[in-house]
Design a protein around this ligand. Structure first.
Ligand code: IMP
Length: 498
């Protein structure tokens, strides 16, 4: 099928296409002939790569891949698991969201907060890619790059951004602030980074992509037109002060120059890496319940945070995804407004917040806290196809003698496992809790599952039984070392055991 279309393509674009084979053909021979006819340096570089890929299929095996996805409302600790996987994975590709995300990674006591740059950046041998599904604020990106450089982190030649990613511009923030504060609007409690309006423009086919940012003429025209339109709308709806298009153009033209060395066709880069046998981690941002389609709509972010987003957000086909790793805290948190069935609004919730240091990495807002919600975890398992679970912040529960877990929902007195489509549907949900025995002893320095207290092992086994996913890793503290790796997980993902 692939060769068929390539040969048609070759016939259309090459002068000597008469030499190309007609069908039926022996695929490898045809591919070789197409390569030879087109020549490596022709305009059909991408097609050549595909042919080369087809040719090499029988000879090399493609690299393995894993998607890291938040199984709750974000902030599950994805940064740390990405960091662990990059021991052996060659590439980390971020596929959704923007600088609304904040991944905290602590290495040897030094804290890094990554917002746009993937976690792989902290290992110089790893390639980091910001995929086409991400919305990029050029100024935020350059600021992050500058602070990484200042900390001695290598960012040149190992960090790339997609030429197809959408660009966040100042009018996106203006529109978001206006609409979040407008009377009568549902307040989502966003991070105020302009994420939603940038995705709106993407879907409305009026966005600016990174490739367009580098095209100075186009950039000027785009900014002038967009500012005229957005200023009028924002003034009419929210009485906002107009933005100066000329000033914006100068600022972003300057940023474009600095960003240019990072820009690549990252879909090509990633597929080529896979064909060369390199392994890729797809780094999710936010979490399943913040996904634009599957989350607690409208209290969601504006991107596809779930594992499906890894394919559309990077250009790597779904058939090349091997494993999905879902990350869950041992309890539950969310930032911003919206449903949260197992939320604790009492002193116990405050205690979890303090012990877990549950304050937003980006906005500093206190996170809402609650008990682990298994119906939601099962839902996340179904939507993402989670095969491995990583349980983080187990140590935050160390002091408890009893741990309530939400094992099911009741609506009008009847048990249900269905997650409501409407935010108001959650108001009728009553959580059914089961009290699990606590372990009431420290776990931070434990490095194997066998050494965990019996009650902690039972807690993890219960999560496995109730979700059908295997726990592959447990995090018992913020440092890289405070990690327990399960041997089957280590061997499936080719990691070094700790
Ligand atoms: P936005 O992504 O800024 O539009 O915000 C939409 C919702 O997603 C708000 O409730 C935010 O608090 C939440 N949100 C966005 N990014 C993150 C994140 O990285 N962690 C947790 N919540 C997030």
């Amino acid at each position: 099928m692939l060769l068929h279309s390539l040969i048609r393509y070759a016939r259309a674009y090459t002068p000597s296409s008469a030499d190309l084979p007609s069908f039926p053909v022996y695929p490898a021979a045809a591919a070789r002939q197409v390569c030879a006819t087109l020549g490596r340096a022709s305009i059909c570089g991408r097609a050549i790569f595909q042919v080369e890929f087809a040719l090499s299929r029988g000879k090399t095996s493609r690299g393995r891949t894993a998607v890291i996805v938040g199984a709750q409302w974000g902030d599950e600790g994805k940064g740390k698991i990405v960091d662990v996987l990059t021991q052996t994975f060659s590439v980390v590709a971020r596929y959704a969201g923007g600088h609304n995300a904040g991944h905290t990674v602590i290495i040897n006591g030094k804290k890094f907060i990554l917002q746009l740059v993937p976690g792989g950046i902290l290992r110089p041998e790893c390639t980091s890619v910001v995929g086409n599904g991400v919305v990029i604020d050029p100024l935020a990106f350059l600021k992050e790059v500058a602070s990484l450089r200042a900390a001695g982190v290598k960012v040149d030649g190992n960090l790339f951004i997609s030429n197809r990613a959408q660009v966040i511009l100042p009018y996106h923030r203006m529109m978001e602030l206006g609409s979040e504060n407008a009377p009568g609007r549902v307040k989502i409690g966003t991070t105020s980074r302009g994420i939603g309006p940038a995705y709106e423009d993407k879907m409305g086919r009026r966005g600016l992509r990174v490739a367009d940012l580098l095209d100075i003429q186009l950039l000027r025209t785009h900014i002038e037109n967009a500012c005229r339109e957005k200023n009028m709308i924002a003034h009419a709806l929210f009485n906002s002060e107009p933005l100066d298009a000329d000033k914006m153009f100068r600022e972003y033209a300057n940023a474009a120059e600095k960003i240019a060395p990072f820009v690549r066709d990252t879909a090509l880069l990633l597929n080529r890496a896979l064909a060369e046998g390199k392994s890729i981690v797809f780094e999710g941002a936010q979490g399943t319940m913040l996904d634009i389609d599957h989350g607690t709509y409208p209290f969601v972010t504006s991107s596809s945070a779930t594992s499906g987003g890894a394919a559309t957000g990077t250009g790597v086909p779904p058939t090349s995804i091997d494993t999905v790793i879902g990350i869950t805290k041992a309890y539950c948190t969310r930032v911003g407004s919206g449903p949260f069935p197992s939320e604790l609004l009492d002193a116990q919730g405050e205690d979890l917040r303090k012990r877990g240091n549950e304050y937003g990495a980006v906005t500093g807002r206190p996170r809402r806290t609650g008990w682990l919600d298994l119906p939601l975890l099962r839902y996340a398992g179904m939507i993402n196809g989670i095969s491995w679970l990583v349980v983080t912040k187990l140590d935050v529960l160390d002091h408890l003698t009893e741990i309530p877990v939400c094992v099911g929902y009741k609506v009008d007195g009847k048990g249900t496992d269905e997650v409501p489509a409407q935010a108001c549907g959650y108001e009728n949900i009553e959580c059914v809790y089961r009290n699990m025995p606590g372990w009431a002893s420290p776990t931070q320095d434990i490095r194997t599952v066998e050494d965990l207290p019996k009650a902690a092992r039972e807690y993890l086994a219960f999560i496995e039984k109730e979700t059908g996913a295997q726990v592959g890793m447990i995090s018992t503290g913020p440092d890289r070392e405070q990690t327990i790796l399960v041997p089957e997980f280590t061997s499936e993902l080719g990691l070094k055991s700790n």
